[in-house]
Design a protein around this ligand. Structure first.
Ligand code: FES
Length: 241
């Protein structure tokens, strides 16, 4: 089977603007888009740049836009695209470093801001804590996030508001505050009670649509909003006692 790969190329120090380059790729076997890219790089153009590591949809490195759809190149089979012309673009909302490699720094910065680790109490640290199955069920889908950045790249709020933390970070925060071991004080995470945080989301669910691991970040953001409101009411009631 023969395919034309149209790949967006851009090397900022050399190129004035991004452009598409065509490569002919033939294979008799079932191959992933990542394998096709590796073949093109190894046999046709060793300067073609893209990220990958695990090749098994675990590390989240190979997110890109494939025929207009956000996905992981390692889990997308070429024949599943039902076209012999395959257009590959880097993830938008992030600066292109080279070809399909984007600068993930703003994504990591946003994640860092929500303190993406448990804040357990001392006795939990000393004695441990057994999570019940029903507690686990509430956070399970968020644990599946592999931080590929697809939700961040598709988000229209990220594209227009640089303060916005983005779906992955906010869903991660919800996963942490719903974890029975996490005892962070409200003051720690009220920093997301802002337009740059939970209230910035347009709730158009693009992030839910593109997640390759079926996480529903927008659901987490909505739940986080509910939690913020409940905490606020509790605080007012305490003050009025
Ligand atoms: Fe790790 Fe694709 S290479 S997710």
């Amino acid at each position: 089977m023969e395919y034309i790969f149209e790949i967006l190329r851009y090397d900022p120090p050399q190129d004035k603007s991004p452009y598409f380059q065509e490569f002919l790729y033939s294979t008799e076997e079932s191959k992933s888009v990542l394998e096709a890219l590796m073949n093109i790089r190894n046999e046709q153009d060793c300067t073609l740049s893209f990220r990958y590591s695990c090749r098994e949809a675990i590390c989240g490195s190979c997110g890109m836009v494939i025929n207009g759809k956000f996905d992981l190149a390692c889990r997308t089979m070429v024949e599943s695209l039902e076209s012999d012309r395959i257009i590959i673009e880097p993830m938008p909302n992030l600066k292109i470093q080279k070809d399909l490699v984007v600068d993930m720094e703003p994504f990591w910065e946003a994640l860092h801001k929500i303190e993406p680790f448990l804040h357990p109490q001392k006795e939990i640290l000393e004695r441990g804590h057994r999570i019940e199955e029903e507690e686990m069920e509430k956070i399970l889908q968020y644990i599946n996030c592999i931080l590929c950045g697809c939700c961040y790249s598709v988000c229209p709020v990220v594209s227009r508001d640089e303060r916005y933390l983005g779906p992955a970070a906010l869903a991660k925060l919800y996963r942490l505050v719903k974890d029975p071991r996490d005892k962070r004080p409200f003051s720690n995470w009220s920093r997301v009670n802002t337009e740059g945080g939970a209230w910035g989301c347009d709730t158009i669910f693009k992030c839910n649509e593109v997640c390759p691991k079926d996480v529903r970040p927008a659901d987490g953001i909505e739940a986080l909003r509910r939690k913020l409101v409940v905490e606020k009411i509790k605080r007012i009631l305490r003050l009025n006692k």
